[in-house]
Write a protein that binds this ligand. Sequence first.
Ligand code: C2O
Length: 544
Amino acid sequence: AVTHVHQFVIQEASVKRLCKTQHVMTVNGMYPGPTLEIKNGDTLSVKVINKGKYNVTIHWHGVRQMRTGWADGPEFVTQCPIRPGGSYTYRFTVRGQEGTLWWHAHSSWLRATVYGALLIQPREGTNFPFAKPDRQSTLLLGEWWNANPVDVVREATRTGAAPNISDAYTINGQPGDLYNCSTQDTVVVPISSGETNLLRVVNSAMNQPLFFTIANHKFTVVGADASYVKPFTTSVLMLGPGQTTDVLISGDQPAGRYFMAARAYQSAQNAPFDNTTTTAILEYKSAACSSANPIMPRLPAFNDTPTVTAFSTSFRSRERALVPAQIDESLFFTVGLGLNNCPPNFNASQQCQGPNGTRFTASMNNVSFSLPSNFSLLQAHIQGIRGVFTSDFPAAPPRVFDYTGNVSRSLWQPATGTKLYRLKYGSRVQVVLQDTSIVTPENHPIHLHGYDFYIIAEGFGNYNPKTDSSKFNLVDPPLRNTAAVPVGGWAVIRFVADNPGVWLMHCHLDVHITWGLAMAFLVEDGVGKLEAIEPPPEDLPICS
Ligand code: C2O
């Protein structure tokens, strides 16, 4: 195994998209940031130097961080932010994960431009569990604003309204042919006749689940979230923000140029969304000089939930899964939005511009998560600092109601708190994630830090413990780090709490985490050194 040493300088750069120049944060001046490529078993050592004007942290999305929780990255959860002028070295080893993960800023909305791919090739001396692809290409789907994204979220926080929708989607940072001033920079993905290309697709968009397809080509899905799956074919993918999907495509079509395209899967009702389409070009090498217009694929309608369900229920783990058959912790978490009244001291002309003069909010089990500011949660836990968090996150919602029905307005207002749920080392955990129809039902990509979990079932309506447990797949359910909870429905996940530390679980639609759709698990140390979190690195940033 090898140690890869990198330096990430966080710095402002001018980026021109859609005919306009924006000043945005980048890593090493690059948008998107650098692609890191390692093998399963390798170690990464990334020194992050903050030369920008905002506090920043970097999260290694999906990396399990076994006993190295100090390197996970979410600000005020596992570390205090790296201040302007400061630096911090993230050091961790990737074990047992192969495929595609990614990294992104985990402060404010900086991840809109501060993100990149983390490619994990098979362990030294081993191969893919499928024929070796002739080529590999990475496709990062993103979202672009004609504004500084940090200003977009600050404005929304100030007014209580929903933030402005994005102005474009992007593939590897480029909007593509269907947008103004973009054609000359459209991303081109090469392929040769007869060859197989492994496409590593990442949804790094801020707030939008996306469909992805390529004209006239079929995908063979082989992996997701850095775990292999039983291969299946499909012509369209749907990825929630945070999710990755590895697919094989064959150069089996007439040599030519074909558009690949992504656009919104929008499950929230009556909410404005960016209804544009980003494209890149799949180009056969022998057709590289062709001037013919690329062939355009057909994408599903923006609200095509049946296509999403057919896709998400096709995933099976490649090997027999190690899903716990018995559970020690049976948890039920609602995930959904809410509305709060305006505090009395608000300037009404500028603030509380949500529906009917309210502010948007969001919660799990009616707790709207708020981050501390004086210590990170992990530091408070390890050093026994009191008053930073409480350990009373509820195992079930405070009231049982018809979650996906017509919810009484009296249940729309969550309470704010910094509540953690404590887990004993090694406990076997099941969480039912239940969407609510408060404000609107919506497909929520729920991401858990520090773990992969099995998704053992999903469905629509209210989860019914009596009948729905018969649908559990305990044989070969997919192993993921982000579950797209069906709109107006539920998903059941299981994991073994074998990684001590404090681990955030949240909706990966950034607007929802801004509104509080998050909680954190505190996983206690077990017995002995190998069941305890490592000591904090010496350069760990502190808050004051
Ligand atoms: Cu990719 Cu907490 O996030």
